[in-house]
Design a protein around this ligand. Sequence first.
Ligand code: SAH
Length: 212
Amino acid sequence: MRESMLDAMGPTRERLIADLRRHVGDERVLAALAAVPRDLFVPPQRRRAAWVNEALPLGGGQTISQPLVVAHMAELLRVREGDRVLDVGTGSGYHAAVLAQLGARVWSVERNPELSARARENLAAARVEGVELIVGDGTLGHPPAAPYDAINVAASARDAVPPALLDQLGHGARLVIPVGERLLLVGRDADGALHHADAGGVRFVPLVPGDA
Ligand code: SAH
């Protein structure tokens, strides 16, 4: 199909995935992003932009993350079927849905009860299973389901990884978190030692400690 005809049809899922494939090597991650209906996680008035590679406002100053950033973070976490994953900052529920699509059991913590309630509706509309939603302060993690095989944080810590999240990271597990405007990848090896790596520049809304 000619480019001009595609433009006339508006942005499509296929075009977004083709675009992401230039930066993301993991085909499982690309398949997960193709499978989760992002249009059901954006506010109704933003539906037309759902398949554009951009963050979109959710209201209240919060945003649904850019698809490329979600893909990049999922690739770094190397989520496998049956993994136990903690997701901090549920927002729309989209990122949690992508992690569930990768075969994980997901515990997703959000401090804003209204966003969490809307995420529950979005996940039900998208028929996503395996995501448990928790309202609370995600800087404390979610101890009842720890240790986790992977921890995904979708809001930016000011200067350090919250210690509770490191405590809940299992052996052989990985954590991704924006700290300031850098994405940080933390791995805990089989002996329990922590390793840190810089995974590039990112912009996220702030991780705000404490309940809403
Ligand atoms: N992952 C989301 C986007 C996250 S936006 C999605 O896919 O749509 C960041 C979210 O983190 C916001 O909803 C914000 O309310 C939440 N947040 C900020 N500080 C938090 C904290 N301490 N605990 C839990 N959630 C937090």
